[in-house]
Design a protein around this ligand. Structure first.
Ligand SMILES: Cc1cc2nc3c(=O)[nH]c(=O)nc-3n(C[C@H](O)[C@H](O)[C@H](O)COP(=O)(O)OP(=O)(O)OC[C@H]3O[C@@H](n4cnc5c(N)ncnc54)[C@H](O)[C@@H]3O)c2cc1C
Length: 399
C-alpha cells in the first residue's frame, strides 16, 4: 500500500468558495512560494513574488466581507490559507497573514471613504496593509500602546511614537497603527487604531530585519514623528479598540499565526517520514522505517500534530459561527500550536540524524522559524494567562 503524505490535508471538505480559494493558494504555494523559500531564508528577502502572486490571484481581499467585494472569509479561512503557505514558507504565510489581519481590522467598521480608499484597492490586489501594534515600552502587552494620537484640527490628527517588529515593514501601502489619546488615566485596552499611508511624512524605518528565523518577514521598527493623518482614517471610534482586540485582532491574528506554525510542523513530519523510508544502511541491509521505536515516535508526533490541528479547526469554526464561548479555545490554540511546532521540529531533528543538522537544510530553517511562535504576541505565556482569566471570570487584559 502506498503511504499517504502526512502534510496533505484534503481540500475538498469545505464550502465550495473556500475549496476554490484553497486550490488556488495550493497552486501558488507549490509553483512560487516553495521555490523561493530557501533564498528568502538565506538572504532575508521579503517574499515579493509570492505576495504579488497571491494578490494577482484575487486573494488580497481574503478577509474582506463580500459586500465590499472581498472573499468574505473568517478566521477558519485565514487559518487554512496560512497552513498551506506555512508548509512551504512560514515567512510568506506570516506576511500574507498580517495583511489579511490588517484587512479584517480595516473592514470591521469601515466608513464609505475607507471602503473606497483602502478596501477596494485591497480587493483589486493593488494595496497591501499590515498591523503595527508592538512597541518596546509595552512588549507582550501590545494593548497598552504609548504612541500618541493628538487632534490638531477638526479634520486632522498628529501621531508621535515608536513601533517595533512591523511585519511587511516598508513594503506595505498602509499600516494599521495602535495609538492612545493623551489621557493618562484611560483604562487598559482603551486605545485607538488608525491607518497611516506609507507615503505619510514623518515615517522613519529602522534597520532591515535580520532575525534568527522568519527571515523574510521584514519586521522592522518604525518611528513616527509628527505624522499628520486625516481624522477620517481612524478605525471605529476613539478608544474602542478593546472591541477590536477580541472580535477581530485576536481571532484573525491567532489563526493566521496558528496556520503558519501548523504548516511548519506538518512539513517537519513529512521530512521525518521521507527520511525513515529512504534511509538504508549498506552495512546491515536494514532501513530506518523498519525499527519499531522509530515507527512509534513518528506516530506519536503525528498524533500531537493532528490533535492540535483539530483544536485549531474547531476553535476557528466555533468563533466564526458566533459561539460566545469560543475565545478560550481560540487563545489556547496558538499556545498549543507553538508547543506542538517547536516540539515536533525538535524531535524530527533527532529522527533525521546528522543530515538535517547541517547549515542550509530545510529542517534547520523550520527549527529557527518555529521558535518565533512562542514570542510573537499574544505570546504563549499571555495566552495561557488570558485563558485562565476567562475561566475564572476575570478581566482578560492586565499588566
Ligand atoms: C518574527 C516576528 C514578527 C513580528 N511581527 C509583528 C507584527 O507584525 N506586528 C506587531 O505589532 N508585532 C510583531 N511582532 C512583535 C511581537 O509580537 C513581540 O515580540 C511581542 O510583543 C513580544 O514583545 P517583547 O519582545 O518585548 O517581549 P517581552 O514583553 O520582553 O516578553 C518576554 C517574555 O516574557 C513573557 N511575559 C511578559 N509579560 C508577562 C507577564 N505579565 N506574565 C507572564 N509572562 C510574561 C512573554 O510571554 C515573553 O515570553 C513580531 C515579533 C517577531 C519575533
Amino acid at each position: 500500500m502506498e503511504s499517504p503524505k502526512t502534510n496533505s490535508v484534503p481540500l475538498k471538505r469545505y464550502p465550495l468558495e473556500l475549496e476554490v480559494i484553497l486550490e488556488s493558494v495550493q497552486d501558488i504555494a507549490h509553483s512560487i512560494v516553495a521555490p523561493n523559500a530557501e533564498e528568502i531564508d538565506r538572504e532575508g528577502f521579503w517574499p515579493e513574488e509570492s505576495i504579488r502572486a497571491l494578490q494577482s490571484a484575487s486573494l488580497g481581499g481574503l478577509t474582506i466581507p463580500e459586500e465590499f467585494g472581498g472573499l468574505g472569509q473568517g478566521s477558519f479561512g485565514i487559518l487554512r490559507v496560512s497552513e498551506i503557505l506555512g508548509q512551504e514558507c512560514a515567512s510568506t504565510a506570516m506576511c500574507f497573514g498580517m495583511h489579511c489581519v490588517g484587512s479584517a481590522v480595516l473592514s470591521a467598521k469601515a466608513t464609505p471613504d475607507q471602503i473606497d480608499r483602502y478596501l477596494t484597492p485591497i480587493v483589486q490586489g493593488k494595496h497591501l496593509t499590515t498591523l503595527s501594534l508592538s512597541e518596546s515600552g509595552s512588549g507582550s502587552h501590545f494593548y497598552i500602546p504609548d504612541t500618541k494620537l493628538e487632534a490638531t484640527s477638526n479634520d486632522q490628527y498628529k501621531i508621535n511614537g515608536n513601533k517595533t517588529f512591523v511585519t511587511n515593514g516598508s513594503h506595505a501601502d498602509s499600516y494599521v497603527i495602535s495609538t492612545v489619546a493623551a489621557e493618562p488615566d484611560a483604562p487598559i485596552g482603551q486605545f485607538s487604531c488608525i491607518v497611516v499611508s506609507d507615503d505619510a511624512k514623518g515615517l522613519k524605518w529602522g534597520e532591515a530585519w535580520d532575525g534568527l528565523g522568519m527571515r523574510g518577514n521584514s519586521s522592522r521598527s518604525l518611528d513616527l514623528n509628527d505624522v499628520l493623518v486625516p481624522k477620517s482614517d481612524l478605525l471605529g471610534e476613539e478608544g474602542d479598540q478593546i472591541w477590536y482586540v477580541f472580535q477581530v485582532v485576536a481571532p484573525y491574528f491567532l489563526m493566521a499565526m496558528s496556520g503558519a506554525y501548523l504548516g511548519i510542523a506538518s512539513s517537519a513530519i513529512e521530512i521525518a517520514r521521507e527520511h525513515l523510508i529512504k534511509r538504508n544502511y549498506s552495512a546491515t541491509g536494514s532501513n530506518l522505517s523498519q525499527f519499531t521505536v522509530l515507527q512509534h515516535r513518528l506516530g506519536t508526533l503525528w498524533g500531537n500534530l493532528e490533535r492540535t490541528r483539530r483544536l485549531a479547526y474547531h476553535a476557528a469554526a466555533s468563533f466564526d459561527s458566533g459561539d460566545p464561548d469560543s475565545l478560550p479555545a481560540v487563545f489556547t490554540t496558538k499556545a498549543e500550536v507553538a508547543e506542538c511546532a517547536v516540539t515536533i521540529v525538535n524531535e524530527v531533528m533527532t529522527l533525521t540524524g546528522g543530515m538535517a543538522y547541517r547549515n542550509g537544510s530545510k529542517l534547520h530553517q523550520l527549527l529557527r522559524d518555529a521558535r518565533a511562535s512562542h514570542v510573537m504576541a499574544p505570546t504563549t505565556d499571555m495566552l495561557r494567562i488570558w485563558t485562565g482569566r476567562t475561566l475564572l471570570g476575570q478581566p482578560i487584559l492586565g499588566a
